[in-house]
Write a new protein. Sequence first.
Lengths: 112, 114
Amino acid sequence: DADVTQTPRNRITKTGKRIMLECSQTKGHDRMYWYRQDPGLGLRLIYYSFDVKDINKGEISDGYSVSRQAQAKFSLSLESAIPNQTALYFCATSSGEGYGYTFGSGTRLTVV
Amino acid sequence: RKEVEQDPGPFNVPEGATVAFNCTYSNSASQSFFWYRQDCRKEPKLLMSVYSSGNEDGRFTAQLNRASQYISLLIRDSKLSDSATYLCVVNPNAGGTSYGKLTFGQGTILTVHP
Protein backbone atom coordinates (compact mmCIF):
# COMPACT_ATOMS: atom_id res chain seq x y z
CA ASP A 1 0.00 0.00 0.00
CA ALA A 2 1.11 3.54 -0.70
CA ASP A 3 2.35 5.64 2.21
CA VAL A 4 -0.09 8.44 1.30
CA THR A 5 -3.35 7.43 -0.34
CA GLN A 6 -5.77 9.82 -2.00
CA THR A 7 -9.28 9.04 -3.10
CA PRO A 8 -10.77 9.38 -5.61
CA ARG A 9 -8.07 9.38 -8.29
CA ASN A 10 -10.29 11.14 -10.77
CA ARG A 11 -13.60 12.93 -10.35
CA ILE A 12 -15.91 14.88 -12.57
CA THR A 13 -18.54 16.93 -10.78
CA LYS A 14 -21.06 19.61 -11.61
CA THR A 15 -20.95 23.25 -10.61
CA GLY A 16 -22.53 23.81 -7.21
CA LYS A 17 -22.04 20.29 -5.94
CA ARG A 18 -20.27 19.53 -2.68
CA ILE A 19 -17.33 17.20 -3.02
CA MET A 20 -14.85 15.69 -0.58
CA LEU A 21 -11.35 14.54 -1.38
CA GLU A 22 -9.82 12.16 1.10
CA CYS A 23 -6.26 11.53 2.18
CA SER A 24 -4.87 8.91 4.52
CA GLN A 25 -1.28 8.14 5.46
CA THR A 26 0.56 5.28 7.09
CA LYS A 27 3.80 7.15 7.80
CA GLY A 28 2.78 8.27 11.30
CA HIS A 29 3.48 11.90 10.44
CA ASP A 30 1.78 14.67 12.34
CA ARG A 31 1.94 17.23 9.53
CA MET A 32 -0.40 17.05 6.57
CA TYR A 33 -0.99 19.43 3.67
CA TRP A 34 -3.35 19.99 0.76
CA TYR A 35 -2.05 21.55 -2.46
CA ARG A 36 -3.53 22.22 -5.86
CA GLN A 37 -1.51 22.32 -9.04
CA ASP A 38 -2.46 24.22 -12.16
CA PRO A 39 -0.43 24.53 -15.36
CA GLY A 40 1.86 27.54 -15.16
CA LEU A 41 1.04 28.21 -11.51
CA GLY A 42 2.90 25.45 -9.77
CA LEU A 43 1.87 24.01 -6.41
CA ARG A 44 -0.23 26.25 -4.20
CA LEU A 45 -1.02 25.52 -0.58
CA ILE A 46 -4.70 25.30 0.36
CA TYR A 47 -4.67 24.14 3.99
CA TYR A 48 -2.28 22.48 6.38
CA SER A 49 -2.43 20.80 9.76
CA PHE A 50 0.34 20.09 12.26
CA ASP A 51 -1.74 17.81 14.46
CA VAL A 52 -5.32 16.70 14.95
CA LYS A 53 -6.35 19.91 16.71
CA ASP A 54 -4.46 22.25 14.41
CA ILE A 55 -5.84 23.59 11.12
CA ASN A 56 -4.33 26.49 9.17
CA LYS A 57 -5.23 28.28 5.99
CA GLY A 58 -2.80 28.36 3.15
CA GLU A 59 -2.51 30.89 0.36
CA ILE A 60 -5.68 29.89 -1.51
CA SER A 61 -8.18 28.60 1.08
CA ASP A 62 -11.28 30.44 -0.15
CA GLY A 63 -13.93 28.00 -1.33
CA TYR A 64 -12.33 25.07 0.52
CA SER A 65 -12.58 23.54 3.97
CA VAL A 66 -10.74 20.70 5.67
CA SER A 67 -11.20 18.18 8.43
CA ARG A 68 -8.47 16.35 10.32
CA GLN A 69 -10.36 13.32 11.55
CA ALA A 70 -7.33 11.55 12.97
CA GLN A 71 -3.57 11.74 12.75
CA ALA A 72 -3.74 9.62 9.63
CA LYS A 73 -6.65 11.29 7.86
CA PHE A 74 -7.04 14.75 6.36
CA SER A 75 -9.92 15.50 4.00
CA LEU A 76 -10.53 18.48 1.75
CA SER A 77 -14.03 19.67 0.87
CA LEU A 78 -15.28 21.95 -1.85
CA GLU A 79 -18.56 23.26 -0.45
CA SER A 80 -19.93 24.43 -3.79
CA ALA A 81 -17.65 23.48 -6.64
CA ILE A 82 -16.95 25.97 -9.42
CA PRO A 83 -15.16 25.43 -12.75
CA ASN A 84 -11.99 27.29 -11.75
CA GLN A 85 -11.45 24.67 -9.05
CA THR A 86 -10.65 22.24 -11.81
CA ALA A 87 -7.10 21.16 -10.99
CA LEU A 88 -4.84 18.39 -9.78
CA TYR A 89 -5.00 18.12 -5.98
CA PHE A 90 -2.23 16.65 -3.87
CA CYS A 91 -2.11 15.67 -0.24
CA ALA A 92 1.31 15.56 1.43
CA THR A 93 2.78 14.63 4.80
CA SER A 94 5.92 15.59 6.64
CA SER A 95 7.65 14.37 9.78
CA GLY A 96 8.68 17.83 10.91
CA GLU A 97 10.43 21.10 10.32
CA GLY A 98 13.20 20.89 7.77
CA TYR A 99 12.04 17.63 6.27
CA GLY A 100 10.68 17.08 2.80
CA TYR A 101 7.17 16.03 1.96
CA THR A 102 5.77 12.72 0.82
CA PHE A 103 2.96 13.24 -1.66
CA GLY A 104 -0.06 11.17 -2.49
CA SER A 105 -0.68 10.26 -6.10
CA GLY A 106 -3.16 13.08 -6.58
CA THR A 107 -6.81 13.61 -7.41
CA ARG A 108 -7.68 15.02 -10.80
CA LEU A 109 -10.84 17.05 -10.32
CA THR A 110 -12.91 18.47 -13.14
CA VAL A 111 -15.82 20.80 -12.41
CA VAL A 112 -18.23 21.19 -15.33
CA ARG B 1 10.11 38.87 -6.46
CA LYS B 2 8.98 35.28 -6.19
CA GLU B 3 10.17 33.33 -3.16
CA VAL B 4 11.62 30.60 -5.37
CA GLU B 5 12.44 31.17 -9.02
CA GLN B 6 13.43 28.68 -11.66
CA ASP B 7 14.00 28.87 -15.38
CA PRO B 8 10.95 26.98 -16.70
CA GLY B 9 12.84 25.73 -19.75
CA PRO B 10 12.15 23.52 -21.53
CA PHE B 11 15.61 22.07 -21.73
CA ASN B 12 15.99 19.66 -24.63
CA VAL B 13 19.18 17.63 -24.49
CA PRO B 14 20.49 14.47 -26.15
CA GLU B 15 21.17 11.30 -24.24
CA GLY B 16 24.52 11.43 -22.53
CA ALA B 17 24.56 15.19 -22.16
CA THR B 18 25.23 17.07 -18.96
CA VAL B 19 22.57 19.57 -17.96
CA ALA B 20 22.37 22.02 -15.09
CA PHE B 21 19.44 23.81 -13.51
CA ASN B 22 19.62 26.80 -11.23
CA CYS B 23 17.16 28.12 -8.74
CA THR B 24 17.19 31.31 -6.67
CA TYR B 25 15.40 31.98 -3.41
CA SER B 26 14.54 35.28 -1.81
CA ASN B 27 14.62 34.54 1.92
CA SER B 28 18.17 34.54 3.23
CA ALA B 29 17.00 32.81 6.43
CA SER B 30 15.96 29.68 4.52
CA GLN B 31 17.28 26.54 6.12
CA SER B 32 16.35 23.48 4.09
CA PHE B 33 16.53 22.88 0.38
CA PHE B 34 15.38 20.07 -1.87
CA TRP B 35 15.05 19.00 -5.47
CA TYR B 36 11.91 17.11 -6.43
CA ARG B 37 11.15 15.35 -9.66
CA GLN B 38 7.65 15.28 -11.13
CA ASP B 39 6.60 13.14 -14.06
CA CYS B 40 3.66 14.22 -16.17
CA ARG B 41 0.39 14.02 -14.23
CA LYS B 42 2.12 12.29 -11.32
CA GLU B 43 3.01 13.36 -7.82
CA PRO B 44 6.29 15.13 -7.01
CA LYS B 45 8.91 12.82 -5.56
CA LEU B 46 11.93 13.77 -3.53
CA LEU B 47 15.05 13.52 -5.68
CA MET B 48 17.56 14.79 -3.16
CA SER B 49 18.08 17.15 -0.27
CA VAL B 50 20.65 19.90 -0.75
CA TYR B 51 23.30 20.37 1.90
CA SER B 52 25.61 23.29 2.46
CA SER B 53 28.65 21.22 1.54
CA GLY B 54 27.03 20.01 -1.67
CA ASN B 55 26.02 16.43 -2.23
CA GLU B 56 26.05 13.82 -4.92
CA ASP B 57 23.85 10.84 -5.67
CA GLY B 58 25.02 8.88 -8.65
CA ARG B 59 24.67 11.07 -11.73
CA PHE B 60 23.04 13.88 -9.76
CA THR B 61 24.91 16.63 -7.92
CA ALA B 62 23.27 19.38 -5.88
CA GLN B 63 24.98 22.56 -4.74
CA LEU B 64 23.94 25.35 -2.42
CA ASN B 65 25.36 28.86 -2.49
CA ARG B 66 24.02 30.72 0.52
CA ALA B 67 25.83 33.96 -0.24
CA SER B 68 24.16 34.24 -3.64
CA GLN B 69 20.99 32.46 -2.54
CA TYR B 70 20.90 29.89 -5.28
CA ILE B 71 20.71 26.16 -5.59
CA SER B 72 21.81 24.07 -8.53
CA LEU B 73 21.20 20.58 -9.83
CA LEU B 74 23.61 18.94 -12.25
CA ILE B 75 22.66 15.81 -14.16
CA ARG B 76 25.46 13.95 -15.88
CA ASP B 77 25.10 11.35 -18.61
CA SER B 78 21.42 12.12 -19.15
CA LYS B 79 19.05 9.21 -19.73
CA LEU B 80 15.73 9.18 -21.53
CA SER B 81 14.16 8.36 -18.18
CA ASP B 82 15.41 11.66 -16.74
CA SER B 83 12.76 13.49 -18.76
CA ALA B 84 10.55 15.17 -16.18
CA THR B 85 9.90 18.46 -14.43
CA TYR B 86 12.39 19.32 -11.70
CA LEU B 87 11.09 21.37 -8.79
CA CYS B 88 13.30 23.49 -6.57
CA VAL B 89 11.93 23.51 -3.02
CA VAL B 90 12.88 25.70 -0.09
CA ASN B 91 11.93 25.73 3.57
CA PRO B 92 11.93 29.41 4.52
CA ASN B 93 11.93 28.47 8.22
CA ALA B 94 11.54 32.13 8.98
CA GLY B 95 8.90 31.66 11.63
CA GLY B 96 5.58 33.42 11.57
CA THR B 97 3.49 32.58 8.56
CA SER B 98 6.34 30.70 6.84
CA TYR B 99 6.79 28.19 9.64
CA GLY B 100 6.48 24.57 8.68
CA LYS B 101 5.73 25.08 4.99
CA LEU B 102 7.83 24.37 1.97
CA THR B 103 7.86 26.78 -0.94
CA PHE B 104 7.93 25.25 -4.42
CA GLY B 105 9.35 26.70 -7.58
CA GLN B 106 7.29 26.33 -10.71
CA GLY B 107 9.64 23.73 -12.09
CA THR B 108 12.06 23.26 -14.95
CA ILE B 109 11.04 20.94 -17.77
CA LEU B 110 13.70 18.57 -19.06
CA THR B 111 13.34 16.46 -22.17
CA VAL B 112 16.10 14.02 -23.03
CA HIS B 113 15.96 12.76 -26.62
CA PRO B 114 17.74 9.88 -28.36
